[in-house]
Design a protein around this ligand. Structure first.
Ligand code: IDP
Ligand code: MG
Length: 140
């Protein structure tokens, strides 16, 4: 069993896609064990996207992710990390396949609707960055 972090980015919330994105993950069979709507601070954005510091798009990325509220969630399931990533589709939404979240709802790399942790170590780091242990629930 794995857990991974998902974020419905500002454009996803602004466009009224919270329900659709959550439904995609639920219908796939993943279980939400954490979920909240928050406004990301610049400090939190820099921690979350620190790996991209120095890249040309970094400043715009931090500005965008802090521009309006996001939904952050933790989903659980077998191979949850990979399943979330493949369900999201390619980073560049223009290349994302139809049937994926990005391929169905997005056109551009900078407005690609959803974030998902990219590996086991980042999943743990990102879950701990956004959720306190008591905000996550165990149930079956
Ligand atoms: P990922 O979200 O698929 O894991 P990353 O390479 O980790 O993709 O990039 C993080 C986010 O930064 C992307 O989802 C996208 O919103 C943004 N981003 C990545 N590359 C570019 C770019 O070349 N131009 C503009 N934004 C970018
Ligand atoms: Mg990434």
């Amino acid at each position: 069993m794995e857990r991974t972090l998902i974020i419905i980015k500002p454009e996803g919330v602004q466009r009224g896609l919270i329900g659709n994105v959550i439904t995609r993950f639920e219908q796939r069979g993943l279980k939400f064990v954490g979920l909240k709507l928050i406004h990301i601070t610049p400090e939190l954005a820099e921690q979350h996207y620190g790996v991209h510091k120095g890249k040309g798009f970094y400043a715009g990325l931090v500005k965008h992710i802090t521009s309006s509220p996001v939904v952050v969630g933790v989903v659980e399931g077998p191979k949850a990390i990979t399943i979330v990533r493949t369900s999201m589709g390619a980073t560049n939404a223009a290349e994302a396949l139809p049937g994926t979240i990005r391929g169905d709802y997005a056109l551009e790399i900078g407005f690609n609707i959803v974030h998902g942790s990219d590996g086991p170590e980042t999943a743990i780091q990102e879950i701990n960055l956004f959720f306190k242990p008591e905000e996550l629930v165990d149930y079956s």
